[in-house]
Write a protein that binds this ligand. Structure first.
Ligand SMILES: [Zn+2]
Length: 245
């Protein structure tokens, strides 16, 4: 087995994230509830705990603003996952979603999955951050500290920061049409930016999106020379997008 293969390396954690998402308790108390909140004026969130024989899901709580709090303190069991909705916006996770999730590992070392619900053309879409290796995730934020690389005004990765330079390199290629996409899925350009930096810096975290069957599939993005679609065969730097099987 080639462990540098980005799909094989993360297959077990993506499968585990799908197993939590597909659990009937989680479907009823998180998935159905947050899909019903995608156009709510504020964000809503739930926390998920690991029970010996299944999962505990808190009631959804309405957030005060876009930088809300996960109700993990309500859990009777170990906090392993959470979910939130994006108040009418796309489901692509924010830079704040990434930094706060890694920070939460300090108090909640079992946290692995963050599901994010949003509105894509009137329909719900679901992205997730999936932690494959918490130690690598902590190394990643040590290399790219929140104070330098996160913009609290936009909740996004800060432009012109060390991390932002690479994030927006891929994001701009995706948003400006310099990409190939073999996935059959539509990804928000910021999701492409996350896929690129998380793999490039071996951050121990994947970004995934559910397919038509509701199964999370890891997103892959490489910045490389591509033949730009509809350009008459021009080869230039762009982003090659795919998903894992
Ligand atoms: Zn979010």
């Amino acid at each position: 087995m080639n462990i540098t293969d980005p799909c094989k390396k993360t297959q077990a954690s993506i499968t585990a994230a799908n197993n939590v998402l597909k659990n009937p308790e989680v479907q009823t108390k998180m998935d159905a509830v947050l899909k019903g909140k995608i156009n709510a004026p504020k964000e809503w969130s739930v926390a998920i705990g690991q029970k010996p024989d299944g999962y505990e899901v808190t009631p959804a709580i309405e957030q005060d603003s876009t930088k809300g709090t996960v109700p993990s303190s309500q859990l009777m069991n170990t906090y392993i996952a959470d979910g939130h909705s994006h108040a009418g916006n796309p489901g692509v996770p924010s830079g704040g979603d990434l930094y706060k999730m890694i920070k939460a590992l300090e108090d909640s070392p079992a946290l692995r999955y963050r599901y994010v619900y949003g509105n894509y053309g009137g329909l719900p879409e679901v992205y997730a951050f999936v932690i494959d290796n918490p130690a690598l995730a902590k190394d990643f934020v040590n290399q790219f500290p929140e104070s330098e690389n996160y913009d609290p005004k936009t909740h996004g990765i800060k432009e012109e920061s060390p991390l932002g330079k690479e994030f927006y390199r891929a994001e701009n290629h995706a948003s400006e049409g310099r990409f190939t996409n073999s996935s059959g899925e539509n990804y928000e350009s910021r999701a492409v930016g996350f896929a690129y930096i998380l793999e490039k810096y071996n951050a121990g975290i994947s970004i995934a999106k559910t397919d038509a069957n509701g199964n999370l599939k890891k997103i892959n993005a490489n910045v490389q020379q591509i033949t730009v679609p509809n350009s008459g065969g021009k080869v230039k730097e762009g982003v090659k997008i795919s998903k894992c099987p």
